[in-house]
Design a protein around this ligand. Sequence first.
Ligand SMILES: Cc1cc2nc3c(=O)[nH]c(=O)nc-3n(C[C@H](O)[C@H](O)[C@H](O)COP(=O)(O)OP(=O)(O)OC[C@H]3O[C@@H](n4cnc5c(N)ncnc54)[C@H](O)[C@@H]3O)c2cc1C
Length: 381
Amino acid sequence: MNFAFTEEQQKIRNTIIDFARQELNPGIIERDRAGVFPRDLWVKCAEMRLMALPFPEAHGGDGFDFVTTVAVFHALGYACKDSGLILSLATQVICGLTIQLSGNQEQAACLLPDLASGTLIYAQGITEPDSGSDTFAMRTTATKKDGGYILNGTKTMISNGPVTDRALIYAVTNPTKKTLARISCFLVPKGNPGFSAGNPMEKMGLRTMTNGELVCTDCYVPGPSLVGREGQGVILFSEVVEWERVLICAGLLGGLERVLEDCIRYAKERKAFGQSIGTFQAISHKIATMRMNVELGRLALYSAAILKNKRKRAALESSVAKFFISESLKQACLDAVQIRGGYGYMSEFEVERDLRDSIAATIYSGTSEMQANTIARLAGL
Ligand SMILES: Cc1cc2nc3c(=O)[nH]c(=O)nc-3n(C[C@H](O)[C@H](O)[C@H](O)COP(=O)(O)OP(=O)(O)OC[C@H]3O[C@@H](n4cnc5c(N)ncnc54)[C@H](O)[C@@H]3O)c2cc1C
């Protein structure tokens, strides 16, 4: 496996790094405090074609392969301090991949152009108040009627939910069937009678991304709203989640690299007892662990990305990457606060925001415990 970036990938990465530093970082402390979705920055990211990367040119995309898409999100995570915005963008791309993977060419041709251009904002609704990790215990129903379906149920904590124009909603179409054939995926547009989005939920971190409820109350959608085939929801979700974990991890690994560089700089500059704090083993070993995790995270990320690029299954590899990179980032952020001492706790030095943002990474797209379950199951346990 070759993990080196091509010349083209490196060039795009450099462009994204400059863009993020100049356009996305200014004002992040205030935006985080206000907890508001930055629609102007969304538009700038759309102009940079960040949501178009992996989609075919015929469907309004830029036709990059998945490894390049991952390399771009990796650069974005490294340079952009707004982790909420990055997850918001990743959610959009993941919804596009869902539409593409469902195999319905007509839907892809109709929906992907507005998604890739960022004109319409997408969200994916899986989690419900009583089913998170136990995903397929979901209760939202889709009952066949008049050539379409009537949806009833509530999704919660949905990224981009409060600002969404189109949502992918997973619902039970056949409650009598076993898990594999019970669930289907539907596209529900904003303004559809019976469909509503709740207010943004206040949260600890990722405060520039909105999360909230999506509610379906006797919400009729026509037959063509089905994404993929009826009863294909579990298979579709199981495939999508592998792409999702890899794409999300790209941003997280970039964040880990940024935290590491910042810690190295600070440990060299900050003096105590007449010497740089980086000369104290208690500090340098924390940084050594971060450095080691960046190296290992890169291997985990790109081996999973290369598998997905070849359209191969990567249940194990994507879970390993998600578990390892998200936990490494959370620990690195905790250590970064400690390395900065009291300043680490003060908002103006921005490490505490990284810590708050990083905690969510061990929860969304499958908690660390659920990744460990997958890894254990695939080990035959
Ligand atoms: C920032 C953020 C963004 C999100 N975005 C979305 C989104 O866009 N769309 C969406 O559908 N959802 C989204 N979610 C929801 C997220 O997917 C769920 O929070 C997550 O799957 C966990 O579900 P839960 O919160 O119900 O926790 P639970 O499933 O109730 O878990 C509670 C605890 O029990 C543990 N646990 C549960 N089952 C097991 C088990 N079998 N073995 C070991 N431990 C177990 C969990 O690991 C966790 O520690 C988001 C969440 C966050 C925080």
